[in-house]
Ligand binder design. Structure first.
Ligand SMILES: NC(=O)c1ccc[n+]([C@@H]2O[C@H](COP(=O)([O-])OP(=O)(O)OC[C@H]3O[C@@H](n4cnc5c(N)ncnc54)[C@H](O)[C@@H]3O)[C@@H](O)[C@H]2O)c1
Length: 358
């Protein structure tokens, strides 16, 4: 049977990929060692997600509690499935901007060297497989902050004649000569290596540079998963701290299912090797923190306990909206199904059903 390898299968994107790929008729081998709990503590534990995948798909989902830094372990797992592997979705990562600065060595060894392990195991064992990598808008560093912004009541927006104001940031923005954060730098290293395995070795690699990826299956924590964590604070009446920009920083948000649907388009009809796409909610699905707080307060009927810290996080974006027109021009049938309100509603009602949280 044709199989897919999904790294980070207990995470937001990995678990959505498992569901979609099984529906696509593939057997899925998921790799996840619950490093998310190590990074962010018990509230970010992903075992609940793995348990759900195992019980929903007992025949088609196989779990491997493997560390992607374990080169030999990764190589022998890929060798076991060999050419039956038709797709690799590499979504395992240390995903937090803030956490990376605490331990750059661990961050780099997972994000950069771990990615190299997955690439090399693919090249040696399944060179025909489509390889999808979840990169990030942080590869563009803080260059976007050089735009001139206008301050509106609840958000910042670039002045209308600024580049990117109308459609968001496209793939031509430089990834060089800017502050990336330690996380952004380890992801740039991986992003370039995935491109290189496409161009140099001819692997069918695809790179998605995501804005905020979100959904109810995120094990959200203070240091990662902004929207999920905000909704969680609203439900539990816990304090939420806004860092810098008066809460008017803007993020585009895309539901994990819309992300994985984009992966499927590439799997069915791969773009040229090493192609890079920005992916996010774009102009139609974006929100500032203040606006998100307002939506949460309307959902719960309670005021949130908001604290302000004037200092923005180092290298943080004042405004980010992804221009997804390049992807749409390759795949005109793809579009986001979820609006901003759909996403928050789903996170909210999903969380109300999470007995481990409430
Ligand atoms: N969520 C976002 O807003 C966002 C935005 C842009 C890019 N991305 C990227 O998308 C990918 C998926 O993000 P996510 O939100 O699903 O993250 P996530 O933390 O929910 O999922 C990642 C999973 O990888 C696992 N993992 C981490 N290190 C591992 C290791 N060494 N070995 C095995 N498993 C390991 C974790 O336990 C976790 O379950 C990441 O590459 C991230 O950088 C995410």
């Amino acid at each position: 049977m044709a199989s897919a390898i999904v790294t980070g299968s207990g995470g937001l994107i990995g678990s959505a990929a498992v569901r979609f790929l099984i529906a696509e008729g593939l057997e899925v081998i998921g790799i996840d060692n619950n490093a998310r709990r190590f990074f962010f503590g018990p509230e970010a534990d992903i075992s609940w997600n793995i348990t759900a995948l195992r019980s929903n798909y007992p025949q088609r989902y196989r779990h491997e509690n493997l560390d992607i830094r374990d080169e030999q372990g990764v190589r022998s797992l890929f060798a076991r499935y060999g050419k039956s592997i038709v797709l690799v979705v590499h979504a395992a990562a240390q995903p937090s901007h803030d956490w990376a600065g605490r331990d750059p060595h661990t961050d780099f060894s997972i994000n950069a060297a771990g990615t190299l392990n997955i690439l090399e195991a693919t090249r040696r064992n399944a060179p025909e497989a489509v390889f999808i990598f979840t990169s990030t808008n942080k590869v563009y560093g803080d260059t976007v902050n050089r735009l001139e912004f206008q301050e509106l009541e609840t958000r910042y927006e670039p002045l209308p004649d600024e580049p990117y104001a109308a459609h968001g940031v496209d793939e031509r923005m430089s990834t060089d000569r800017c502050m990336h954060s330690i996380f952004g730098a380890s992801k740039v290293a991986a992003d370039i290596m995935v491109q290189e395995y496409g161009r140099y070795f001819g692997l069918a690699t695809v790179i998605f540079r995501g804005g905020c990826l979100t959904g109810p299956d995120h094990s959200a924590a203070r240091l990662h998963g902004f929207l999920g964590y905000l909704v969680r604070c609203a439900i539990l009446n816990e304090p939420y701290t806004i860092f810098g920009y008066k809460g008017k920083q803007v993020r585009d948000n895309i539901h994990a299912d819309d992300v994985v649907n984009a992966f499927l388009h590439c799997f069915r009809s791969p773009p040229p090797p090493g192609e890079v796409f920005n992916l996010g909610g774009g102009r139609t699905s974006n929100i500032s923190i203040l606006e998100a707080v307002d939506v949460c307060e309307k959902l719960t009927g309670n005021s949130m306990r908001i604290c302000y810290d004037d200092k923005a996080r180092t290298g943080d974006h004042q405004w980010w909206i992804s221009d997804t027109r390049k992807f749409q021009s390759h795949y005109p049938q793809w579009k986001c199904k979820y609006t901003m309100n759909d996403i928050i509603d789903e996170i909210y009602f999903g969380m109300l059903n999470r007995k481990d949280i409430l």
